[in-house]
Write a protein that binds this ligand. Structure first.
Ligand SMILES: [Zn+2]
Length: 410
């Protein structure tokens, strides 16, 4: 294959993946005005329903605009030899292959971030603000950005530097070393997520005394989950939207409830949501997810190992001096069809886990308060109650409200 052919295959992949996303979004948007299923008729009154339709449409327009803009910029970058320029710039700053690789990715990531920041700012302070969800301030927004950058530089920088170094010392076998590195990294971040990463952005506190705590305690005792592993997080500092999640494993397992969830729901409903999260723990969902994603990482790295030493891929993206970092960019794009399939399979697994967690809540607590809590949470976040089935299959990590309702009622 000539570099030119590979270049056009890469361009075709970029356009095709954009087209598929747009078709899915368009299919989904065609159902925005569908009548609400009768089982969910109590979720919205007429006014709120209209507001939810406006919200869906505003988001769809915004997402189409953002992705079209990014498509144009990406194509311009490819056709104007942007990667060749970034590579030369990086190499003019350092002759060291690892440092040049880090600078190269630094330039690409920083450039992308500068381009996308106005869009995320608009999303938060115009769209979310207009519908009453936003609680963030510009100061907090930019502080989050800054922390995100620092984390990317430190964590991403160390990981990338090690992987390039493995490639230098072991050639084609580098993927095995990289796999071990990513496995250790994934286990540590999964286990200590709540202790290492969350505190950079939020405050977590134990449940405060009172009725709710007593009710949670009696449920937690009945299923053998320790109260000291339940925390409340100050999600309200950024958004009115509510959430809860389970993270970690072993001694570091914990359930985190948003303070917004506690404000929005009745005590029984909060216990039902908590029961759902305990279900994720009891069914080992974190550990299974971790295991599956480790297998996927191994497969991806093995493929990368076959691919990375082929000079044609660096040349295809306009980089004259073949290198690990240039090969990685080309690989990342050509891998998209495979990652599309694996993402789909992961979302199938994720929806299966959600049903299992719902069933666990139903068996160990009750279905009705979980149903009313899901309905309230959908109303408060102006959720789309009539998504297109294909869109759900490909994009949703959770079953739809109607699917969960039917499963809980069954
Ligand atoms: Zn869940």
């Amino acid at each position: 294959m000539t570099p030119q052919l590979v270049f056009y295959i890469i361009i075709a992949f970029i356009i095709l993946s954009f087209a598929i996303d747009q078709i899915l979004d368009w299919l989904n948007a065609k159902h925005f005005d569908d009548p609400i299923p009768k089982e969910l008729s109590d979720v919205y009154d007429a006014d709120t329903y209209r507001k939810s339709q406006d919200y869906k449409k505003a988001n769809a327009r915004f997402s189409a605009l953002t992705s079209s803009f990014m498509l144009v910029v990406t194509l311009l970058f490819f056709f104007a030899d942007g990667f060749g320029f970034a590579d030369q710039l990086a190499r003019s700053l350092s002759n060291n292959e690892i440092v040049a690789g880090l600078l190269f990715f630094g330039i690409i990531i920083l450039g992308t971030d500068i381009l996308t920041t106005p869009f995320s700012y608009y999303k938060t302070f115009v769209i979310e603000e207009r519908f009453g969800f936003n609680k963030s301030t510009p100061a907090l927004f930019f502080m989050d950005k800054l922390k995100g950058w620092l984390m990317t530089i430190i964590v991403g920088g160390v990981l990338l530097a090690l992987v390039i170094w493995f490639y230098q010392i072991s050639g084609a076998l580098f993927w095995l070393y990289a796999w071990v590195l990513f496995a250790v990294f994934a286990v540590v971040t999964n286990m200590f997520y709540a202790r290492l990463i969350v505190p950079l952005f939020n405050k977590q506190t134990p449940l405060s005394e009172g009725d709710l705590r007593t009710k949670i305690e009696s449920y937690a005792n009945s299923v053998g989950f320790k109260l000291k592993n339940i925390f409340v997080i100050d999600g309200s500092k950024r958004s009115t939207k509510a959430n809860a999640y389970f993270s970690g494993f072993g001694s570091e397992k914990r359930i985190t409830l948003y303070d917004t969830l506690i404000n929005d729901l009745e005590d029984e409903e909060i216990v039902a949501v908590l029961a759902h999260e305990v279900g994720h723990y009891r069914k080992n969902h974190i550990i299974i997810n971790l295991f599956v994603s480790l297998l996927l990482t191994g497969f991806t790295l093995w493929l990368l190992g076959l691919f990375i030493s082929q000079e044609v891929f660096a040349l295809a993206i306009g980089v004259d001096q073949p290198s690990f970092h240039a090969g990685l960019i080309a690989f990342g794009i050509l891998y998209a069809p495979i990652s599309g399939i694996t993402d789909f399979l992961m979302s199938v697994l994720s929806r299966k886990f959600e049903y299992q967690a719902d069933n666990y809540a139903k068996e160990t607590y009750a279905a009705q308060p979980l149903i009313t809590s899901l309905k309230k949470l959908s109303r408060n976040s102006l959720s789309n109650l009539t998504p297109h089935p294909l869109y759900v299959k490909l994009h949703y990590s959770h079953p739809t409200l109607l699917q969960r309702y039917k499963n809980l009622k069954a």
